[in-house]
Design a protein around this ligand. Sequence first.
Ligand SMILES: [Zn+2]
Length: 382
Amino acid sequence: MKKICLKFILILLAMVVIFNSLSVTYAASKSELNQKIKETKENLNEVNSQKAESQDKVNDLSSQIQSYESQINSLKSEIETKTNEVNEMQKKLDQLEEEREKNQSLLDERLVTLYESGEVSYMDVLLSSADITQFISNYYMIETLTAADKELIQNLENEKNEIADTQSKLNASLDEIESKKTELESVQSELSKAKNEEQTKVDKLTKQSEDLEENVEEYEAQMKELDKKEKEQEAALKAKIQAAQSAAATSGTSSSGFIRPVKTGSITATMYYSSGKYHGAVDFGVPVGTPVYAAADGVVVTATWGGSDSYGYYVKIKHYNGLYTLYAHASSLVVSAGQVVKQGQLIMYSGNTGNSTGPHCHFEVRVSPGGYSNRVNPLNYL
Ligand SMILES: [Zn+2]
């Protein structure tokens, strides 16, 4: 800093205090929150994949149960059909039995009538007949009647037996179907039990997943809030800086507020090398290991290896006045990206890394973060 009015210094100091105390807090909270969001999302993915796996099992079991259900239903309808057939047969059997009984009792009655009149014999018939013609007629009639009755009864008996046989076969087949049905029902019940257990898992995982989603949403809302606050703070700081700059400008002092990055060493190159080649920076000739300081308050946006054909180890800082400074060819870095630095804070040690022909500190001022064309003459700011 050259000659800067007291007011500007005071404003800057106030800003430094506010920014450092609050912004660091935000950065830490944000990084913590980001970690939480990352972990929660990982957890959520794990739970969701478990849930999908369980759901697949439930679906598989459901379709198995469905298939058993349709087999059981087809057996049920088969049972119903066969039971109806059995019942029909029973009805028929009952009818036949009734008919047989009726015929049997008719025959019995006839026989009883004959017996009641004494022993049925040729003699009885002969004696009860008026003449031989009647006798033959009577005898023949009795013989014919009883033979027809007996045949009818036998036929009924045969038909009954046939139906009873078919009915018993049907009943056996029914038993078989019933036992098959019972077997299927038992498997189906096992499957249902397994499905219910798996469904319980799915429900539990769904609840977990919902909870985790809620957590992520909450963390993201918190993050949004932090971002908002940070942006508000940045905007407030920008306004203060502008006020400070215009105050400084009206009092005729430098508004950049940049200090030299190194305390020793003379300037060995400016925007153009002595050869006339464009350089875009100021070089300070300092030995390897010389402390290099932040030219002003700001946030480190880059602190990394820039390549052996380029900057080597270098640091880039974003300042609150919208400008960027870049320090290159370091032997080692002290700060890291995201770190808030104060003016004059040690950021690295100078060196001879990257595209450098001898130990020096290469210092750039840029009006925007990227691109060589955004470089401006640092001497206008020091
Ligand atoms: Zn240089």
